[in-house]
Design a protein around this ligand. Structure first.
Ligand SMILES: [Fe+2]
Ligand SMILES: [Fe+2]
Length: 172
């Protein structure tokens, strides 16, 4: 089956992951230029899902969408909160962990994109045009205040994750 929405979002996932890889290519130093692009692209990606994909799916079938979408919204909240504190090795480890699980669930068979693609058949081209026109989300510089990392930890907990537990996982 031809899956243009799936393809569009999966390619964006790859691109965003690549930006994070570039930001962390050096073992002891985070490249803040790449990290900035990573943050803005990830927030834009979340905006595309929240402002274009979810509403289109909801319009097609509210019941199905409301059963499917809350988990992703909560994880988007966690990812957005994780974009606020200055990046550290543990923060990046946690971001990678959540992003990997989140993206796999969205891309998986019968996952978010498959369902949304099926629900919005007939308006794919229109949606792709809207998605491509999504403007970037303006970001503040990273916030070193303790409240930023505390909020991120709380948002993570709402999504069912524990910051310290993830930060302590062995690198594989
Ligand atoms: Fe998402
Ligand atoms: Fe996504």
């Amino acid at each position: 089956m031809n899956k243009p929405l799936y393809q569009f979002f999966a390619e964006d996932h790859q691109y965003i992951e690549e930006l994070l890889n570039r930001a962390t290519a050096q073992p002891d130093e985070i490249d803040m230029n790449y990290y900035h692009i990573f943050r803005t692209r990830l927030l834009r990606h979340i905006k595309m899902e929240e402002k274009t994909l979810f509403p289109a799916a909801k319009k097609a079938n509210e019941t199905v969408t409301q059963a499917l979408v809350p988990r992703y919204r909560v994880e988007h909240g966690a990812l957005t909160a994780l974009m606020v504190p200055p990046p550290t090795t543990s923060l990046i480890k946690v971001i990678r962990h959540i992003l990997e699980k989140h993206n796999l669930a969205e891309e998986g068979p019968g996952g978010l994109y498959d369902v949304c693609e099926a629900l919005t058949q007939g308006q794919t081209q229109e949606l792709l045009a809207q998605l491509a026109n999504t403007e970037e989300v303006p970001v503040h510089p990273p916030n070193p205040a303790p409240i930023a990392i505390e909020s991120a930890r709380r948002a993570l907990a709402r999504a069912g994750y524990d910051f310290d537990e993830i930060a302590q996982l062995a690198n594989d």
